[in-house]
Design a protein around this ligand. Structure first.
Ligand SMILES: [Zn+2]
Ligand SMILES: [Zn+2]
Ligand SMILES: [Zn+2]
Length: 165
């Protein structure tokens, strides 16, 4: 995954403010700081990691409850996402995009923890929903989380193998 550059983060924050304004909700200073931390991070963060980072960056400690509330807010507005398979959070990588936020599909590298966020095509989701409906299953989330190895980690692995030979 490409890491976010600083200008991207600034743009994302500006866009996040606009998104919240048009949704009639407020991106308070603390919520914004939490989002900044998530966007800066190369890897998904647990609520605990986030509280630690917050204390380090902003010299203020947040009660766990308020960390969770802020994360709930950010995920509700699609500015951040919760990876249920790892119980960690990441900033949305499509904040500055103009397209509608689709149901996210996450490619999670189990080696370096990097996460790529991809939108799933509508007809794939539709087909998925149909097969789920066929067995009368009720989905609580449509988010897809796929685990594997990212491109960078694969090439490291390949190089190591080449050395061995
Ligand atoms: Zn997203
Ligand atoms: Zn996008
Ligand atoms: Zn990786």
């Amino acid at each position: 995954m490409m890491s976010h550059s600083h200008s991207n983060i600034e743009q994302s924050i500006l866009k996040a403010e606009a998104i919240c304004q048009s949704a009639g909700v407020k991106l308070t200073a603390k919520r914004k700081n939490v989002l900044i931390i998530l966007l800066h991070s190369e890897v998904p963060l647990s609520a605990y990691d986030l509280a630690e980072e917050y204390r380090g960056h902003f010299k203020e400690s947040l009660p766990a409850m308020s960390v969770y509330r802020m994360l709930d807010f950010l995920t509700q507005e699609n500015l951040a996402h919760k990876l249920t398979s790892t119980n960690k959070y990441i900033g949305c990588s499509h904040i500055t995009c103009d397209h509608q936020h689709e149901i996210p599909q996450f490619l999670i590298c189990d080696k370096c923890q990097n996460v790529s966020e991809i939108g799933v095509k509508k007809d794939i989701i539709k087909a998925l929903n149909q097969s789920v409906k066929r067995v009368n299953f009720s989905l609580s989330s449509q988010q897809l989380e796929l685990h594997g190895m990212c491109e960078a980690c694969q090439s490291i692995k390949n190089k190591k193998q080449a050395k061995k030979n």
